[in-house]
Ligand binder design. Sequence first.
Ligand SMILES: CCC(=O)SCCNC(=O)CCNC(=O)[C@H](O)C(C)(C)COP(=O)(O)OP(=O)(O)OC[C@H]1O[C@@H](n2cnc3c(N)ncnc32)[C@H](O)[C@@H]1OP(=O)(O)O
Ligand SMILES: O=CC(=O)O
Ligand SMILES: [Mg+2]
Length: 365
Amino acid sequence: MRSAKDFFRPLAVGAPTPPTEIPARPSRAIHFFDPSNPKMAAKVPDMVGSVDVLLGNLEDAVKADNKVAAREGLVEIGQNTEGLGGPEAQTQLWTRINALDSPWALDDLTTLIPAIGHTLDVVMVPKVQGAEDIHYVDRLLAQLEAKAGLDRPILVHAILETARGVANIEEICGASPRMQGLSLGPADLAADRRMKTTRVGGGHPGYLVRQDPASSSEADINASRSVFQQDLWHYTIARMVDACAMHGIYPYYGPFGDIADVVACEDQFRNAFLLGCVGTWSLHPKQIAIAKKVFSPSVEDVAHARRVVAAMSALGGDGTGAVMLDGKMEDDASLKQCLVMVELAERLAATDPELAELYAAAEEG
Ligand SMILES: CCC(=O)SCCNC(=O)CCNC(=O)[C@H](O)C(C)(C)COP(=O)(O)OP(=O)(O)OC[C@H]1O[C@@H](n2cnc3c(N)ncnc32)[C@H](O)[C@@H]1OP(=O)(O)O
Ligand SMILES: O=CC(=O)O
Ligand SMILES: [Mg+2]
């Protein structure tokens, strides 16, 4: 066990000091691309500025024969793409490395950190099982940062996609001051848990509850009854949200594989947003707009939140007391909920001029 005093000391001589807080940078869409795919790579420069995070994926969905090309393609992009990555950039640069037990993970890190460590913001680690995986990456990153002379620590993001990872969720989140957040990996997680869905994220029509029958007669039991589909991922996302909030890091939904079904995609993303997630993955360019829409508070919610803040301020501004607004009671707790909404809106508006305009118009109206 490490002493609390050592926690914020670099793990290698000359490495940057670990962060004491993880900045809340906009990351509504983490857009995945395969850097070995020339068509996808060619689209990256034009996406800079319009998506919060571009992630060069090296793991699943990249063919084994293309692993080296993907790594090299990402180096090329990280070195030569204007405005991409680094603490001031509007569009962050992330990567998803290969699994730690694969033949590629070590070379991923030892290639990327010296070459593009200055622009790489976050390393996403797949199939994290426990704190030991984070400790390994933490020390290796410190050594590589020291060697490369970096002055800013690269953050770490874990994908929750094994039963053991879910069971160890709190220790994973607290394993390093570098921990930036968690994503749900519903496809690998379903396989690892032996769930019986073959979909990549999203709901399942068989996971439902059914309205009671009008009577126990055979006719009523077999009559048509309303069914309500349930969310397969509710339990895991709720655990992620609590573990991340406890550790001051950020939870994300993951992939939604039915690219054509933009409606269900939006619903699934919104469930995650309402529960507390700050963003999601985008696998196809058309999912970026969905993610940006869902993970930005609506104009109506922001307008309402501002009214509650104003009403509570008029009461004295210290949060005590209660007011009635539109027939509803508001007090310190609902004020705090509203501040979450207003602060998120302000943070997003600072980098998204379209949103800034919408929120400003709502304030004037
Ligand atoms: C399941 C667990 C996981 O690990 S999920 C994370 C790993 N998977 C991924 O990263 C998948 C990334 N996405 C993709 O590979 C592609 O989008 C898939 C889903 C295969 C669809 O590709 P495709 O059939 O080419 O789509 P399309 O014809 O509609 O594409 C139109 C143009 O857009 C491009 N495109 C496609 N996806 C991306 C992307 N993610 N980033 C940037 N560009 C993308 C296509 O190349 C195509 O370009 P063009 O118009 O032909 O020049
Ligand atoms: O990596 C993502 C997943 O769903 O598996
Ligand atoms: Mg996976």
